[in-house]
Each structure stands twice: as structure tokens, then as C-alpha cells.
Design a protein around this ligand. Structure first.
Ligand SMILES: [Zn+2]
Length: 56
């Protein structure tokens, strides 16, 4: 998976938007999430990645 290739739901745009400056965060539960900025409006976006999907 290429960095910068994430999409997350933006609540401002009310649509899925590409994530700028994605930051992968591993939570205590072992799940990965992506935190970044909406490329469209600049708002904060957040997405939980599926557990079985490995980022390689
Ligand atoms: Zn947006």
C-alpha cells in the first residue's frame, strides 16, 4: 500500500476524500487507524483500518 493513498470520510464534505499527510496510529486494541487532513476542505479526517488488512 502506498502512503498517501488513503481515503477517509470527511464530515464537512460529507463524502470520502483522499487523506493528506496520513498518519498511521496503532491503538491499544491492535487496530490501526489513519489520521490526517481532508485534501478538499482541510478538515481533520479519521479512519479505522480493517484489522485483517496489513499495511505492507
Ligand atoms: Zn473535507
Amino acid at each position: 500500500m502506498t502512503e498517501g493513498n488513503y481515503e477517509a470520510y470527511c464530515f464537512r464534505c460529507k463524502a470520502k476524500k483522499p487523506v493528506t499527510n496520513p498518519e498511521i496510529i496503532t491503538m491499544k486494541t491492535g487496530m490501526n487507524s489513519v489520521k490526517g487532513t481532508c485534501s478538499d476542505c482541510g478538515g481533520k479526517v479519521y479512519k479505522i483500518l480493517p484489522k485483517d488488512k496489513k499495511t505492507e
